[in-house]
Design a protein around this ligand. Structure first.
Ligand code: BGC
Length: 744
């Protein structure tokens, strides 16, 4: 066929293609209808986000402005609530201004993957818990984490994520610790900020939450946190400050609780003074769902948008307050400006999401990769691990549905399992609040695949005597133990729930080669730790969790994760041996604020959270912050600090026979004048080393790890004097020591 004859056919084909694609293109959920630059100068990408926002603002009527500062109601979150027109069935929805090309904002809960996908028969990847991912101490993993969520949000047609939890682990029994990033403000802030950057890189708006001091779920709407400003800036607020400075997030979600007698969503100190002034936050403050309690005070103290909104405080009451001059017009304009500039800055106007099929394989691979860096080896006596592929061995897998799947975290962070909850196969559909959801990533099958000739069998552990008998007849017993956690409920204690401790004791007694694999939301106590050979903390490991676990158990991948939280021996070691607010409340009534009256919670431990508390009170934890084993060993030597550059340099050598990645940690203790004797994490790096290899590594000390907060000057202050720099594999093992002389 000649080329001239080909042409019309090609043209016809391309026309066909246009028609075939057109219906789908029209479904791009957030496309600006008419981005004509002459009529819509704010569509000019050469202008800054702030300029573009101001141009739109000048066009908006009062009603349109009011529409943008509140959501359209509970929607899919509450049975019977109307679903706003145009909503994508996420947790929140703000109606856009189509005449100006301003899209809707469709918000999806997405702390560890996208929530409620099952509602529309869609799929979303379950990532390891963010606390798990924080065990990688790896900003690259955090960026990947955020970009997976961003990528899938776009595919599902959402343009805003609500995740980014960075409340530090003050309360190790907090139901939401799995959505956060551990107890250290610098580590948590760095990883969460980087995660948000990954999300923003996909042109999806981000949010950081729950600002601030939402450190426990017990009485979360009634608890009044009391902590002086200095300690607050050096602990909880430091995590937010760092995360916000790294990510420039689109929004910050204010929390349910009170601080210094004021709700977090109407707290001038937290919102106006700190967040918007001192942290220079340019985005908008969105309330947690139902956390708005007033119109004028909230508007004046810094709240910019009420969620889920509808007919509450920021709709008609705010309009009236603006008309009456109780809320200045300029303040309303500031709210809207912040929303609009964040939309332009993230790219949701210029590059709106286009629906496509989520790539489940890519998501699973990414989740597995993160899990492999997140799972922590806590004990490995007599080198019980790595397991060997041997035809003669029999492996008993016991408990926690480990024949079929892995546990996920609940509440508004819950991701729906493909095919439904594998532990509850009779009930199809989405997740049910309060029912632990297991995902189809089978530890048993993956262990069997690594050792095809071995006998690998499962016992559900419900009959302890039978499970022990089963373990006795096997060469190795692996007990899986779970701690289901979720929003709105804390654990009553650090103990594993139910009869799991008794099960582990019985199995360990029956089989000397017992390994415990934990799937927990946060730290748990381990009264049996001396009687088992191996302990692995898998957290909630995500959809690639079982593959990652099998790779690690058999040594195809070396363990590298380290704890981002301290594991106490028991509740008595904690600053609050009973979860505050739970004293005297019956266990059955602890759920959902029931029977809990408003109460003050004084953080007597001040800024001494986690390892700082243990060091200050001279207590030995069960496993310290920063701890984690691997299949090799490392030696640390030759610490050298540079006073002027404020860096530390030392050599790490792999002294074993296996390649590994060591998370080397640097801590600083401030001079006596600071009045804070405990050490602080200052820097860390993941260092990959072949057997026998040495590397000299330079660490830049985090500037805020060296400073104290001076409340009189309202600023960070670097004190002159001698700083003790220590380095090593964990917070409790720092073989290297040097002095940094500071003369500011
Ligand atoms: C949670 C938030 C969540 C919101 C919307 C609230 O109960 O605290 O984290 O984003 O609900 O689902």
């Amino acid at each position: 066929m000649s080329s001239s004859k080909q042409l019309p056919r090609l043209r016809a084909l391309s026309l066909l293609a246009v028609f075939a694609v057109a219906p789908f293109a029209a479904r791009a959920t957030h496309a600006a209808p008419n981005p004509d630059h002459t009529k819509m100068p704010w569509m000019n990408k050469a202008l800054s986000a702030d300029q573009r926002a101001d141009l739109v603002l000048a066009q908006l009527t009062l009603d349109e402005k009011i529409q943008m500062v509140h959501g359209q109601g509970w929607g899919v979150l509450r049975a019977g609530a109307p679903i706003p027109e145009g909503s994508n069935f996420g947790a929140g929805f703000m109606a856009g201004i189509p005449r100006l090309g301003i899209p809707n904002i469709d918000l999806a809960d997405s702390a560890v993957g996208i929530r409620m996908a099952a509602y529309q028969g869609r799929y979303a990847t379950l990532l390891p818990s963010t606390l798990g991912a924080a065990s990688s101490w790896n900003p690259d993993a955090a960026f990947l984490y955020g970009s997976v969520i961003g990528r899938e949000l776009r595919s599902l047609g959402f343009n805003m994520s609500i995740g980014g939890g960075v409340d530090i682990t003050r309360e190790p029994r907090n139901g939401r610790n799995f959505e956060y990033a551990g107890e250290d403000p610098i580590l948590a802030g760095t990883l969460t900020g980087t995660l948000e950057k990954g999300l923003l890189s996909e042109h999806v708006m981000s949010d950081i939450k729950h600002y601030a001091f939402n450190d426990q779920e017990t009485g979360r709407t009634k608890v009044n946190v009391l902590l002086d400003h200095k300690a607050a800036r050096e602990s909880d607020l430091l995590a937010f400050e760092i995360a916000i400075s790294i990510a420039n997030p689109s929004a910050v979600m204010c929390s349910y609780n009170l601080y210094e007698g004021k709700y977090a969503c109407e707290n001038d100190y937290l919102l106006n003074q700190l967040l918007k002034k001192d942290f220079n936050f340019k985005g908008w403050v969105v309330s947690d769902w139902g956390a708005t309690h007033s119109t004028v005070p909230s508007a004046l103290t810094g709240l910019d948008q009420e969620m889920p909104g509808d007919d509450n405080y920021f709709n008609q009451p705010l309009k009236k307050a603006v008309e009456a001059g109780q809320v200045p017009q300029a303040r309303l304009d500031d709210m809207v400006h912040r929303i609009l500039r964040s939309m332009f800055a993230a790219g949701v106007v210029d590059e709106p999401p286009v629906r496509t099929v989520v790539d489940p394989f890519r998501g699973r691979d990414d989740a597995q990769h993160i899990a492999e860096e997140s799972i922590v080896l806590l004990k490995n006596s007599a080198s019980i691990l790595p397991l060997k592929s041997s035809s003669s061995q029999s492996i008993a897998i016991i408990g926690s549905h480990a024949d079929a799947g892995v546990l996920s975290g609940g509440g508004s962070a819950q991701v729906d399992a493909p095919g439904g909850n594998i532990a509850d196969p009779g009930r199809p559909g989405g997740s049910i609040w309060g029912t632990p959801v297991y995902f189809p990533s089978s530890p048993m099958k993956n262990i069997q695949a690594k050792s095809p000739q071995a006998t690998v069998k499962y016992n559900d552990g419900s009959d302890i005597a039978a499970a022990a008998q089963f373990a006795k007849s096997s060469s190795i017993a692996i007990v899986f133990a779970t701690q289901p956690m979720r929003e709105d409920m804390d654990a009553v204690s650090l103990a594993l729930p139910g009869e799991q401790n008794a099960l582990i004791e019985a199995v360990a007694k029956a089989n000397p080669n017992t390994i415990v694999v934990l799937e927990t939301g946060g730290p748990v106590s381990m009264p049996w730790v001396d009687r088992v050979k191996g302990v692995v903390e898998m957290w909630y490991p995500g959809i690639g969790g079982a593959q990652a676990l099998a790779n690690l158990l058999f040594g195809d991948v070396n363990f590298s994760g380290k704890l981002p939280v301290t594991f106490a021996k028991d509740d008595q070691q904690l600053p609050h041996p009973v979860v505050p607010g739970l004293e005297g409340v019956s266990v059955s009534a602890r759920n959902r604020e029931l029977k809990i009256k408003p109460f003050d919670l004084k953080y007597t431990e001040g800024a001494k959270v986690g390892y700082k508390w243990f060091e200050s009170t001279k207590q030995q934890p069960l496993f310290p912050f920063g701890y984690g084993l691997s299949y090799t060993t490392y030696a640390y030597s030759n610490l050298w600090v540079d006073d002027a550059a404020r860096t530390a340099k030392f050599t790490i050598r792999n002294t074993g026979k296996t390649e590994g990645t060591e998370i080397a940690q640097v801590y600083v203790a401030l001079p006596a004048a600071a009045g804070e004797s405990y050490k602080r994490l200052s820097a860390w790096q993941r260092v990959k080393l072949a057997p026998g290899e040495s590397k000299e590594v330079t660490f830049t000390l985090h500037p805020l790890s060296l400073t104290v907060f001076n409340t009189d000057k309202n600023g960070w202050q670097l004190l002159p004097g001698d700083y003790t720099v220590t380095a090593g594999p964990s917070s409790s093992e720092t073989p290297l020591k040097a002095t940094l002389h500071v003369n500011p």
